[in-house]
Design a protein around this ligand. Structure first.
Ligand code: ADP
Ligand code: MG
Length: 410
């Protein structure tokens, strides 16, 4: 199957060619015909599988065929970064068309506020907004949604996780009742269906292999005591074949401490978390995308939806609290069929959690031996047993191997 089989408007096909898209991904193959057919939809597929294009292409096609007046499509997304990224993709696809889009998100300065406000008042074909920011505009201004045809909730699961349910309902109340609703999500928790039943009477569902990391990701883990984590990380970062790296830690405080500590060891790292000003976050993201920053240390705010090409290493400095987050985090690498490495540090408190992850992904992640100079880590087993030394390189066919580490530079 190729994109030509959808009979999309030739201007869009030109855009696709320019972006180097040849074959639709599985979710695109399933979702695009249904969306063109005006169906309501819940579409569920793992991160990095091309969900953005799955909703943008049919919406743009519709715009080209039916012409546009006023706001045609509202896309709601959980974070600023994601909203900007969707906006950029829309610009890419619609390069050969007249379609207009704007992203409306928080942060920024007074000037941004004025720009967004004006853009909303004038209307654009497609508005991409974070719920909170859009609501703050709806309060004071009249936004004319009367010609709206499509409502899209991207990363719907994440928006619910972030407590946006009420905000979403508040926004949706202001939209015309007759509209097409599309929910895109990486996972399908029960509250997604609850939300769906509240906003649309009938809907189709397409789901593609939920919660499986992309095949191209080389997953590894180390059993480590907390004291071993930093020297282990330093050793890994010294491998310069990793040109673009994200290190995830579970809290802002951990991110800050780890960044400080890595800097002291001479690593050039930058931190990414919600305490940064919007403008800093954008600048940093640009630098990281442009490969001017090699290592980002961040919280899970980085883990969803951000699409940066060519990240070749993800390190989970600790095991993410939720198994789904593991899939999201490591989904930052190996996007759209490239390859990447994901390494997780597991301390003895996190073993149970990691077992939950292995259950979810239906795969045992190979446990590598720590470099000799770091000594032994905890064993990988659920509860204390007296039998043989626990599960190093347990199952999964991963033979344990050791990396070559040089002694840490002080
Ligand atoms: P998701 O929203 O499912 O996490 P994205 O829509 O962000 O995934 O897509 C991930 C990456 O794959 C993007 O860089 C996108 O440009 C690319 N991509 C999407 N669909 C295709 C395709 N059919 N062919 C080639 N690359 C694609
Ligand atoms: Mg997405």
């Amino acid at each position: 199957m190729t994109f030509r089989d959808f009979n999309l408007d030739p201007q869009l096909v030109e855009g696709l060619d320019a972006m180097g898209f040849e074959k639709p991904t599985p979710i695109q193959e399933k979702a695009i015909p249904l969306i063109l057919d005006k169906k309501n939809l819940i579409a569920c597929a793992q991160t990095g599988t091309g969900k953005t294009a799955a909703f943008i292409l049919p919406v743009l096609h519709n715009l080209l065929v039916n012409g546009s007046k006023g706001i045609n499509t509202l896309v709601l997304a959980p974070t600023r970064e994601l909203a900007m990224q969707i906006d950029q993709q829309i610009e890419g696809f619609s390069y050969f068309t007249n379609a207009t889009s704007i992203a409306v998100y928080g942060g920024g300065d007074g000037q941004t506020w004025v720009q967004q406000k004006r853009a909303l008042a004038q209307g654009a074909d497609i508005i991409i907004a974070t719920p909170g920011r859009l609501i703050s505009f709806l309060g004071s201004d009249k936004v004319d949604f009367s010609s709206l045809k499509h409502l899209i909730l991207d990363e719907a699961d994440r928006m619910l996780d972030m407590g946006f349910f009420d905000d979403l309902m508040k926004i949706i109340k202001q939209l015309p009742e007759k509209r097409q609703n599309l929910l895109f999500s990486a996972t399908m928790p029960p509250n997604i269906k609850k939300l769906a039943s509240k906003i649309m009477p009938h809907y189709e569902e397409v789901a593609i292999s939920i919660s499986k990391p992309a095949e191209g990701i080389n997953q590894q883990a180390y059993m480590t005591h907390d004291s071993q984590k930093e020297p282990l990380l330093l050793g890994i970062l010294r491998d310069k074949t990793y040109k673009s790296v994200i290190v995830f830690a579970s809290t802002k405080e951990k991110v800050k401490n780890l960044t400080r500590s890595l800097k002291k060891q001479g690593e050039e790292v930058r931190q990414f978390h919600s305490d940064l000003e919007q403008i800093e976050r954008e600048k940093l993201m640009q630098q990281f995308k442009g490969k001017n920053v090699r290592i980002l240390v961040g919280t899970d705010i980085l883990s969803r939806g951000i699409d940066v090409e060519g990240i070749d290493l993800i390190v989970n400095y600790d095991v993410p609290p939720d198994p789904e987050d593991y899939v999201h985090r490591i989904g930052r690498t190996a996007r759209a069929e490239s390859t990447g490495t994901a390494i997780t540090f597991i301390n003895d408190k996190d073993i149970k959690r990691f077992m939950g992850i292995e259950k979810l992904i239906e795969k045992a992640v190979p446990k590598l031996d720590l470099p000799k100079e770091l000594g032994r880590g905890p064993d990988y087993k659920d509860r204390p047993r007296s039998s043989h030394r626990g599960g190093r390189s347990k199952g999964g066919g991963g033979k344990s191997k050791s990396r070559n580490f040089r002694k840490g530079r002080r």
